[in-house]
Design a protein around this ligand. Structure first.
Ligand code: FE2
Length: 363
């Protein structure tokens, strides 16, 4: 069957934040992103500032409102700093909008063309869970730094990258009872297929439970796991997220590296904080996951988790929330063949998250 929504990959992820200048500095200094482009007062934009940062194929847009009338304030008031737009790179933004809205997607904005001296881009958008939007970006006739309206940015202060390559997957937390609705949305409206499903028997500790379905587009370049809280003895991390984000939204962005030991070492040196697993996790780890190419010592020292599936293994580690509210975090992942998402680590991980929740008084 022909893919009615062919996606070339993730185009960019746009955060709405309180102070874009300082948040952009954080992603450069702590995560090794590089200046790419800028829009704001100096480029004739009166109501917002956007910094565009890049590391290999990962592009982040960090945006703040400049005037009190800006609707971006509604996003900030509700959600705090968070992800507003998951932009997808397409060859035809008009057709993408038509195919998805015909199948029931609610339009965020109709297709429009935007041009400058470097060419033309076409943008359109549909709404997904919460206030999150999928922007379709057609840029095959555009040669500028980012998109029309943005000027190239290349400031003197430029910390080195840390080896992040591309977005492996992006997870949405959705409200109670809504996982199937949104899994069905990705299947019906966007033509995705379901890779995996977990229920609360797979993913639970004494306290925390959740359910998850992993949705993937046809060529596998875009994967969206969808989590829903499940009843546990205490408040799960998904429920904590929903409470603080005031509804459904992006929970984590998993970014891939070819060398997780080097990447995590650099991130820790720059002050990125990670979840901590107890040393007991490593006691019989190689019996659980089988032989791996890496030395165990640096993995254990850095707290990197290991999991295996029928295709191979993966190494992963999760940051603490990077917002003031306990909402969005990053995952660093290195795949050695494995196509799954670290199910074997969920229990150890959730116990780690519960320790953090207990400190916040939200367990
Ligand atoms: Fe993940």
């Amino acid at each position: 069957m022909e893919d009615f929504l062919p996606l070339n990959g993730t185009d960019h992820v746009e955060f709405i934040v309180g102070n874009a200048k300082q948040v952009a500095h954080y992603y450069k200094t702590a995560f090794g992103f590089q200046d790419l482009a800028y829009a704001g007062l100096e480029t004739g934009v009166q109501d917002r500032t956007s910094y565009v940062l890049r590391q290999d194929k990962i592009v982040l847009v960090i945006t703040s409102p400049l005037i009190p009338e800006s609707p971006l304030h509604d996003h900030l008031r509700q959600h705090g700093d968070g992800v507003k737009n998951i932009a997808l790179w397409v060859d035809d933004a008009r057709k993408s909008w038509e195919e998805t809205t015909q199948r029931g997607a609610e339009s965020a904005f109709e297709p429009y063309e935007i041009s400058d001296e470097h060419g033309t881009a076409v943008l359109s958008g549909i709404k997904t869970y919460g206030d999150t939007v999928h922007v379709f970006v057609e840029r095959n006739n555009y040669r500028g730094a980012f998109l029309p309206g943005y000027k190239p940015l290349n400031r003197e202060h430029q910390p080195a990258p840390v080896g992040l390559k591309f977005i492996d997957h992006m997870v949405g937390n959705v409200n109670w009872g809504e996982m199937n609705k949104w899994a069905d949305f990705y299947a019906r409206v966007m033509g995705f297929t379901q890779l995996i499903s977990f229920d609360d028997k797979d993913i639970s500790t004494d306290y925390t439970a959740l359910m998850s379905k992993v949705m993937s587009n046809g060529n596998g370049r875009v994967k969206f796991p969808i989590n829903e809280p499940a009843e546990g003895k205490k408040k799960s991390q998904i429920e904590e997220y929903i409470n603080f984000y005031r509804g459904s939204g992006v929970q984590h962005i998993a970014v891939a590296t070819d060398n997780i030991v080097e990447t995590v070492t650099a991130l820790k040196e720059r002050g990125v904080e990670f979840l901590y697993v107890p040393n007991t996790y490593y006691q019989d780890i190689l019996e659980r996951v089988g032989p791996i190419e890496e030395d165990l010592e640096p993995l254990q020292r850095l707290g990197i988790l290991i999991d295996r599936d029928e295709d191979g293994y993966l190494l992963q580690l999760f940051t603490k929330p990077i917002m003031d509210r306990p909402t969005v975090f990053f995952e660093i992942i290195q795949r050695r063949g494995a196509k799954s998402f670290g199910k074997g680590n969920f229990k150890a991980l959730f116990e780690s998250i519960e320790r953090e929740q207990a400190l916040r008084g939200t367990l």
